[in-house]
Design a protein around this ligand. Structure first.
Ligand SMILES: [Zn+2]
Length: 448
């Protein structure tokens, strides 16, 4: 699945691989390239949400960032470590019938790309690593809050080959920005070659055996919120960029309160070029949603957008979070106009399919003969076709709204049996007092 881009991110180039997406964010000035994998384990959201924020909210002025936010896409949707087994244990050998075979091959090709100078694999690990055993959470076997290396140095000389020194610098940097004292970071050296442990099958060990510097960043699964995990992941990634001389800007202050809003934001979804949905505040269940019987194209602005399709429904996801369940009705594709005339609060306007119209009081749609309008929630039994009828906010049943704020409603255009497209009626002024607080919150939550 490919994703839709907003103009602000046009500097990112998206390449869709078989099982994941790669975002290339290139600075105007040449410099080193950092390759980042988020979501190799599908139940470690700190890593994949951090990577998705990099892809959406960072600009690079010098050097290049390659970001894969959804490395193990199907496992992320299902919030499982690996639906086909542990993907991070398949890099020394993988069976020719393994379902992850293509993914492993594509990851290896990226790692070996001549342009790539350093690789990060993002995880959320158990507990908090400590040199000495205190309890089951704080101990030398824990992975949480570590910068993981396989050995002290790369075997051959290379820029960034001094793995321990770099990992220590990153840890020191993170320790200056702790949200709480016990979140402190450490370097964990798995001594993979010497100990012949299971890490010899990992992504980073494959990289260092090919003389590419590679690190895992592990935040702790024990951190209370995804936001806290994302915060540390981004701090660590920025520390690596500083060490490499990659210059970046982000469109937010890196504080955990801002990140909460950004991490919660679901972006937009365009379906079949004739429906455009704001995924924030969408109702959990939407019924009779007009789609094609097959080959529906769903384009998310969010890098972690995904779907699970079933018989008569499509579930929309951002990462592992289910955003909405659409019970679908199928319609053939229509040969329709894409612009209609309307009178919005007494003023004439042309309305495109799809679009969203802000309405203070009411709207009247007009269309040539043969078209039919169905406004969901407008239930006056006198009308089978709502073209030419005044649709006022107060005449709509709130339980049919698209959003939980009860401001947005579906206006669906049909031509004979075919579905033409949807206009979202946004009665922003409706229930002003009742929704004032949530409106305010909603506006702040928008990252763009
Ligand atoms: Zn992991």
């Amino acid at each position: 699945m490919k994703h839709l881009f907003l103009a602000i991110f046009s500097i990112s180039l998206l390449l869709g691989y078989d099982n994941f997406d790669l975002y290339k964010i290139k600075g105007q000035k040449a410099g080193p390239t950092l390759l980042i994998f988020g979501g190799i384990h599908g139940n470690e959201p700190g890593g994949y949400f951090a990577a998705s924020i990099l892809a959406q909210h960072y600009k690079i002025s010098e050097g290049t960032l390659w970001v894969v936010p959804n490395t193990n896409k199907e496992s992320i949707l299902k919030y499982k470590r690996g639906i086909n087994g542990d993907l991070n244990r398949k890099f020394s050998k993988v069976s020719s019938i393994d379902k992850d075979l293509t993914t492993v091959k594509e990851i290896k090709t990226l790692i070996l790309d001549q342009q790539v100078d350093l690789i990060l694999n993002l995880h959320d690990g158990h507990g908090f690593f400590r040199e000495k055993y205190t309890n089951t959470i704080f101990n030398p076997g824990a992975w949480g809050q570590t910068c993981v290396i396989d050995q002290i140095k790369l075997d051959q000389n290379s820029s960034y080959g001094d793995l321990e020194c770099i990992a220590q610098k990153v840890s020191n940097n993170l320790n200056q920005h702790l949200l709480q004292e016990h979140h402190s970071f450490n370097v964990r050296n798995t001594k993979t070659k010497k100990k012949k442990n299971e890490m010899q099958h990992s992504l980073t060990y494959f990289a260092i055996n090919n003389n590419k510097p590679a690190f895992a960043i592990e935040t702790s699964k024990e951190l209370q919120t995804t936001t806290q995990k994302v915060y540390y992941q981004l701090r660590a990634i920025e520390a690596f960029m500083q060490i490499m001389g990659i210059k970046y800007q982000r469109d937010f202050e890196l504080e955990s309160e801002n990140l909460k809003n950004i991490t919660k934001s679901n972006g937009k979804l365009v379906i079949n070029t004739n429906i455009s949905l704001d995924l924030d505040n969408l109702r959990k269940n939407l019924r009779y949603f007009p789609l094609q019987s097959d080959r529906n194209e769903l384009l998310f602005t969010h890098p972690l957008g995904g779907v699970i399709r079933g018989n008569g429904f499509i579930d929309l996801y951002i990462g592992h979070k289910k955003v909405s369940h659409l019970s679908t009705s199928s319609f053939p594709v229509g040969n329709c106009e894409d612009t209609f005339e309307a009178v919005v609060d007494g003023k004439k306007k042309s309305i495109h399919l799809p679009s969203e119209v802000k309405i203070m009081s009411d709207i009247v749609f007009h269309a040539p003969k043969g078209y039919r309008l169905n406004v969901i929630g407008f239930t006056d039994p006198r009308y089978k076709n709502e073209l030419g009828i005044k649709i006022a906010g107060h005449s709509l049943l709130k339980r049919f709204s698209l959003d939980r704020d009860k401001r947005r409603y579906r206006a669906e255009f049909y031509k004979e049996r075919a579905f033409c497209g949807m206009v979202i009626l946004n009665y922003a002024a409706r229930n002003n007092n009742e929704t004032k607080a949530s409106l305010l919150q909603h506006d702040i939550y928008k990252p763009l």
